[in-house]
Design a protein around this ligand. Sequence first.
Ligand code: UDP
Length: 242
Amino acid sequence: MSEQRVKPILIGGVAVNPYESLQQLLSDAISDSGKVIPGMAIAINPEKVLKSQTDPQTHEILAQATIPFADGIGVVKALNKKTGKKCVRIAGCELWLDILHHSVKHQSKVLLIGAKPKVISQCNEILKEQNINVVAYQDGYFKDEAVVFDLVDKTVPDIVIVALGSPKQEKLIAKLRTVHPDALYMGVGGSFDVLTGNVKRAPKLWQDLNLEWFYRLVSQPSRIKRQLKLLGFVKQYLTNKL
Ligand code: UDP
């Protein structure tokens, strides 16, 4: 898995690694010997880039990512324009599973946090069947964050997957890293719902045509306000301001 390390490129002020393959990213997450490399993987999409331009806290958190990857066709296009290379979009809802599958060899300890109690419990079952070493899990509707800090203390995980949606998950990860830096953290939004079949992803053809965002809009029209904001990203792209 030894590939040359990828250097980040600024997109709208946010550092993003211009990965040309999934393999390249995985070599930043898992060492040649199969051990997990501590850090924080964050999916960067146009929504997060825009948010970071007006919210210093978001900007600061995104800057702490050790694996900032492009999960959004707008960010991929901007990377391609800046690097002249053909970068890939890496779907966060697939990447976390790739990382967990690579963790089986060393039985790295995995802690799962987020989603509804029933969903996280189903998720744990599915992952255990795949020989992933889930040492503990906690649903995302806890009243006191101390519950999560206690779990981290008790289990000393190698990988922590957090599914609370953005920016909640990134904020929690930033705090957890200060007490337990020796793990790889990743925020995965609604991915536990997807793995357990409680939420459907766009059909493969839509994914391949880079229209997953459009599918989400059609199936959840309430997202229209969020999507309209993204025109600001398109404008910055077209005027070379990113
Ligand atoms: N969630 C949670 N605790 C909360 C709020 C949300 O565990 O206090 C979970 C929710 O059940 C869902 C995920 O976080 O599984 C949010 O998914 P969404 O698709 O909204 O996130 P996005 O990918 O858009 O950031």
